[in-house]
Write a protein that binds this ligand. Structure first.
Ligand code: 3HC
Length: 284
């Protein structure tokens, strides 16, 4: 089993990154968004990322247009009918994702594999909404997709072994390192990362140290590329809040519960880098 035509549903930060790395690897990509405005934003994000690569001499201008030419942008879900693999990267909301997979199940060819880029929802629950749980799995990429090397390949009890092997092969083809995880809340990375990021918010809230010193502690003491408060901002405080709620619901362990300060910041509309304010001020 090999994938040559890839569908991407959702052309936000994650979806556009996945579309970019797949097209760079020589694959044909159909990227779908719900309206023209979001679609052109997604296209712009890929253009900008490739233009940066050209500026740095990593890609020629000609290669950039070849890569862009491999991606077809559409608002019609029916255009994904010929894809071998469709990766969903829509909003982290179970109803939205289930709705997408019910539609994909209808329009995609029976042998097509469906994957979700969800970071915390149950892959099994999403798969159960389709008629093809054997051809359904999680493929969790990391932000920024063109830079981060990891893909978590997530199997349910129903996923066919050859689908897992093909997904691992696809991840390697697009330059990533696949790791295999079972469908347990947060998979590997978020299961470990989320309590750490929440702890940083709690110690900041309790006045242990300044935000800069908390971040510098982990950057210079442990060699992390970003400190935990900066990383919360980078991922998005709303996203962190949703992931925490989902993991807390699953495990009922306090370490997964979103800290009160995080909740207040989300309520205030301080969602991190994307809105200009989070633990840091990005407006300048
Ligand atoms: N697209 C493409 N390339 C990018 C990029 C982007 N969005 N952002 C950065 N880069 C490239 C730069 O061009 C640069 O390339 P070069 O080394 O060839 O010149 C390289 O990455 C380093 O970037 P910068 O010099 O601009 O900045 P930094 O050295 O500070 O690196 C960073 C930026 C890569 C984001 C780094 O800070 C980092 O690794 N941070 C941690 C990110 C992380 O932990 N991500 C995972 C989040 S968890 C997640 O996604 C799961 C979800 O479910 C919550």
């Amino acid at each position: 089993m090999q994938f040559s035509k890839i569908g991407i549903v959702g052309c936000g930060q994650m979806g556009s990154g996945i579309a970019e790395v797949a097209a760079k690897a020589g694959l044909t990509v159909i990227a779908r968004e719900i309206n023209d405005e979001l679609l052109s934003k997604g296209k712009g994000r890929i253009e900008k990322s490739l233009a940066k690569a050209v500026e740095k001499g990593k890609l020629s201008a000609e290669e950039k247009s070849t890569v862009m030419g491999r991606i077809k942008f559409t608002t019609g879900i029916g255009d994904l009918c010929g894809c071998d693999l469709v990766i969903e990267a829509a909003t982290e909301d179970i109803k939205t994702k289930l709705g997408i997979f019910i539609e994909l199940d209808k329009v995609c060819k029976p042998e097509a594999v469906l994957a979700s880029n969800t970071s915390s929802l149950s892959i099994t629950e999403l798969a159960a909404g389709t008629s093809r749980p054997g051809k359904f799995l999680g493929m969790h990429f990391f932000n920024p997709v063109p830079v981060m090397k990891l893909v978590e390949v997530v199997r349910t009890v129903a996923t066919d072994e050859q689908v897992i092997q093909a997904a691992k092969g696809f991840a390697e083809q697009v330059g990533k390192v696949p790791v295999l995880a079972k469908d347990g809340g947060g998979f590997i990375v978020n299961r470990l990362l989320v309590p750490y990021l929440f702890d940083a918010i709690t110690v900041y809230q309790n006045g242990l140290a300044s935000r800069e010193d908390i971040d510098n502690g982990m950057k210079f003491g442990c060699g992390h590329p970003m400190g935990p408060l900066e990383l919360n901002d980078f991922i998005g405080l709303d996203t962190m809040f949703y992931i925490g709620e989902i993991l807390f619901e699953e495990f009922k362990e306090p370490r997964f519960a979103p800290p009160p300060l995080l909740k207040r910041m989300v309520q205030a509309g301080f969602l991190g880098k994307k809105t200009g304010r989070g633990f840091y001020d990005y407006r300048k």
